[in-house]
Design a protein around this ligand. Structure first.
Ligand SMILES: Nc1nc2c(ncn2[C@@H]2O[C@H](COP(=O)(O)OP(=O)(O)OP(=O)(O)O)[C@@H](O)[C@H]2O)c(=O)[nH]1
Ligand SMILES: [Mg+2]
Length: 421
């Protein structure tokens, strides 16, 4: 690295560690390319723990390309996706959660998603989980001592043990709740717009987007393929999927579209059922209502400007009557999506929270074990019946705090990077 620095950086004096030097960046033949800043980070005090040279140049893509080309000629190579963070991880500079948080921060599409990722960069969650494990280990030791030396060590009272498990359970519950919020902030929610043909599904997509994205016509069966677009509701990304209208006597092409509708419906978190409410409900309308009965859904009776006769035939809840041509209806629909998608609250994940699937699984397993321990305690069974559950919770939490992640988890995290970082 220092040799590379000598070839491409002319700074007037030797680069001092972690000091920004004004420098001329030159190519392999010593020809000046740009004026900028050069900072040398000797090992181990760098992001990766290895010696690093940082060059800050003017933000022109041509200049950047030229500087990179010169560096490659002088013996450097391009970093692979995630390579810096992978090296930082293997050199003990960053833990696995930190690496995942860097990937999340790079992927973040909203301010709240970036904030949530940064909240996970520190070791806050590990500390919380470690504290819970310490508490569990103390209880386990007390129980073991009472069993091994029944004459000398009194048995801790059942109610007392349960009272000490209660705050641990609520800590884990909180972690899971914050994790769920983080997941919504990171991934957003998917809303499938479904309903009979000609109900106004594509018109609704366009109205929510504010552009004429999908073709709208009065011919039933206009939309054949699923169209996906994204909007933001209260800072949360909402993926809207406009689908082919569902009806039974469809031609082959339309039938393929309807199959995709079914798929969109199963994949989406929320079904937004659009029905023409200005006419009596068709068989297709009843069919879609039936198909989505179990789903988290909003039922929108559209075309209220033409009448509302159809709405009287519906006896379910969560129905909105209005028109895609009316801004107030769109506001009501946006609020309904927020309410069903994330409880309608302003989401904030500024506390460290669970992010990876294996962390959720570990915390769920620990909670199951603790709940089982509480049941055993309440049924007044001997204390040594409680120990296996506490042991199970203790080791499950180790998966979160001790980074005993499997190889595929590590690979999964680094394969998410699409830039060198
Ligand atoms: N009067 C009135 N007409 C509407 C309203 N919403 C949609 N339309 C009209 O209804 C017709 C069908 O609208 P689309 O948005 O294409 O319906 P769709 O549900 O996507 O239909 P398919 O793609 O065929 O399944 C168009 O002529 C729209 O202009 C509304 O609120 N009021
Ligand atoms: Mg359509």
């Amino acid at each position: 690295m220092p040799q590379l620095a000598e070839r491409v950086v002319r700074a007037g004096a030797a680069l001092r560690p972690r000091v920004a030097h004004r420098a001329t960046i030159v190519d392999e033949a010593g020809e000046p390319l740009d004026e900028g800043l050069a900072i040398l980070f000797p090992a181990p005090h760098s992001y990766t723990g290895e010696t690093m040279l940082e060059l800050q140049i003017h933000g022109s893509p041509v200049l950047a390309r030229e500087v990179v080309r010169a560096l490659l000629v002088c013996g450097a190579r391009l970093a692979e996706p995630g390579e810096f963070t992978r090296r930082a991880f293997f050199n003990g500079k960053i833990d696995l959660r930190g690496a995942a948080a860097v990937a999340d921060a790079i992927d973040a599409e909203t301010r709240s998603a970036a904030r949530a990722a940064i909240a996970n960069l520190g070791g806050g969650l590990t500390a919380t989980v470690e504290a819970a494990r310490r508490a569990l280990s103390e209880i386990l030791q007390e129980i073991a001592a009472a069993i091994d030396f029944p004459d000398e060590v009194p048995e801790p009272p059942h109610a007392g043990v349960e009272a000490r498990l209660a705050p641990l359970l609520s800590t884990l519950q909180q972690l899971r709740r914050d994790g769920d919020i983080g997941r919504i902030i990171r991934e957003g929610v998917a809303v499938a717009i479904v309903g009979p043909p000609n109900a106004g599904k594509s018109s609704l997509l366009n109205a929510l987007l504010g552009t004429e994205r999908a073709i709208v016509s009065d011919i039933p069966g206009t939309t054949r393929d699923t169209i996906e677009e994204r909007i933001f509701v209260d800072g949360v990304a909402v993926r809207l999927l406009d689908t082919a209208g569902i009806r039974s006597h469809a031609d082959r092409l339309e039938a393929a579209g309807i199959e995709r509708t079914e798929r969109a419906l199963s994949a989406a978190g929320i079904a937004l059922v659009v029905i023409d409410g200005s006419v009596p409900l068709s068989n297709e309308a009843f069919k879609v209502l039936e198909r989505t009965r179990e789903a988290d859904r909003v039922v929108f009776f559209n075309k209220a400007d033409l009448g509302t006769i159809g709405t009287r035939e519906y006896d379910g809840s969560n129905a909105i009557v209005g028109s895609v041509r009316d801004a107030a209806s769109l506001d009501v629909l946006r609020s309904a999506i927020a309410r069903i998608g994330w409880g309608g609250e302003r989401l904030d994940a500024s506390r460290p929270h669970l992010a990876a699937l294996y962390e959720f699984e570990a915390v769920n397993a620990a909670m199951d074990a603790l709940e089982s321990a509480c049941r055993t305690l309440r049924s007044e069974q001997p204390l040594d019946f409680v120990s296996p559950d506490l042991q199970r919770a203790f080791s499950a939490l180790g998966h979160v705090s001790e980074q005993v992640a499997a190889e595929e988890v590590i690979d999964g995290i680094f394969s998410r990077f699409c830039v060198g970082k």
